[in-house]
Design a protein around this ligand. Structure first.
Ligand SMILES: COc1cc(O)cc(C/C=C(\C)CC/C=C(\C)CC/C=C(\C)CC/C=C(\C)CC/C=C(\C)CC/C=C(\C)CC/C=C(\C)CC/C=C(\C)CC/C=C(\C)CCC=C(C)C)c1O
Ligand code: SAM
Length: 327
């Protein structure tokens, strides 16, 4: 390595000093002698810290939430049809895989954050219902000498086809929830489902409440991902599981080129043609590129206190499922 020039050394020292001067752990006296007035320093630091991204645009942290809200308010009515069109239905398989990985048993209490129009919740309900029916059938088969009347009665007396399971869909956007509630009616989901308006960064739930926390295609839109992860940890029961389905990084260079081409050249066009909304779909593809890769996100989950954190790539890493436990 080349020897540092004197101006480099000077710059290095200045950087070190200014860093120390901004260190809030230093007593005020030291900060004063290190050459920065605490108020000026902390002000400029706050200004920098308050910036984030909205797709490729730099925005203030206060602005971001509002912009994300507008995106989903705008796409809500066309959201489901857009997902089928853009992904050629592949998003359905990704969501099915998330539920299979969770393998919920009757009685599971699930919190689905950024649950939007309910895709994860409805899959969860169908899965636990099927599990519960299978369990019932096994029990009936074990009781060999029941009459058909007794068997029929057992089926009819079944009050809760979900065996006590519940899914709480929490989302910040009224319009997305409105579409979700209508879908629940259309699909005949009457029990085991609740809808709550709430922010992933400040969940309106007590500590240690849920067995599983899911967030599908949601965390990318949250302003402070670290806060959302801490909240996930707080509301899970000890032993509870965190599962996140999110766009991730494609590592194969050829697939990555094709994927970029499709994302930037095709998706906003479909957005414009089907939903009359180029900008929201431009934001979608940009936000995917700004999201941390598989390993970086895994570290963030660990930093929030989760253990046994793993991930599984789907469709060559276009999306990944991260899993962690509160132990
Ligand atoms: C506003 O925010 C949002 C709005 C939303 O509606 C949704 C979300 C959140 C997202 C979801 C809930 C998931 C569902 C939505 C999507 C998957 C849309 C996002 C899609 C991508 C970022 C691209 C990746 C999509 C796929 C892997 C699905 C499969 C698509 C194809 C295979 C493309 C086929 C398309 C054609 C043949 C049309 C012709 C295309 C061209 C002329 C352009 C050039 C295209 C290619 C050369 C082929 C495309 C190649 C790839 C996609 C890469 C290779 C893929 C594989 C090996 C599987 C939300 O936040
Ligand atoms: C792409 S949609 C995903 C919906 C659903 N999970 C799915 O897989 O189809 C993203 C959702 O995240 C919600 N969202 C964005 N920021 C949020 C936040 N801070 N707290 C809760 N939900 C949020 C949006 O309102 C939107 O419904």
């Amino acid at each position: 390595m080349a020897a540092p020039r004197s101006c480099d050394l000077w710059r290095y020292c200045c950087r070190g000093w200014s860093r120390a001067a901004g260190d809030s752990r230093l007593p005020g006296f030291h900060r004063f002698w290190l050459g920065a007035t605490p108020s000026a320093r902390s002000l400029s630091q706050e200004k920098r810290a308050a910036e984030t991204h909205f797709g490729f645009e730099t925005v203030s942290e206060e602005e971001k939430g509002g912009k994300v809200y507008q995106v989903f308010e705008s796409v809500a009515k066309k959201y489901d049809v857009m997902n089928d069109m853009m992904s050629l239905g592949i998003h359905r398989a990704w969501k099915d895989l998330l539920i299979r990985k969770m393998h919920p048993l009757p009685g599971t209490q699930l919190l689905d954050v950024a649950g939007g129009t309910g895709d994860i919740a409805f899959r969860f309900l169908r899965y636990v219902q099927a599990q519960h029916q299978r369990k019932q059938r096994r029990q009936l088969r074990a009781q060999q000498n029941l009459s058909w009347e007794e068997i029929a009665k057992k089926y009819q007396n079944e009050e809760d086809p979900l065996g006590g399971s519940l899914v709480m869909v929490c989302d910040i956007n009224r319009e997305m929830l409105k579409v979700g509630k209508q879908k629940a009616v259309d699909q005949g989901h009457t029990t085991g489902l609740a809808w709550v308006l709430g922010d992933a960064e400040e969940l309106p739930f007590d500590d240690d409440k849920f067995d599983v926390y899911t967030i599908a295609f949601g965390i990318r839109n949250v302003t402070h991902i670290d806060r959302a992860l801490q909240e996930a940890h707080r509301v899970l029961k000890p032993g509870g599981r965190f599962l996140c389905l999110e766009f991730s990084q494609v590592n194969d260079p050829l697939i990555s080129r094709l994927y970029d081409l499709y994302s930037f050249q095709v998706i906003p066009v479909i957005g414009e043609v089907i939903a009359g909304d180029w900008k929201s779909y431009q934001y979608l593809v940009e936000s995917i590129r700004k999201f941390p890769n598989q390993e970086e996100f895994k570290e963030m989950i660990e930093d929030a206190g989760f253990q046994k954190v793993t991930y599984e790539n789907l469709t060559t890493g276009i999306v990944a499922i991260h899993s962690g436990f509160k132990l």
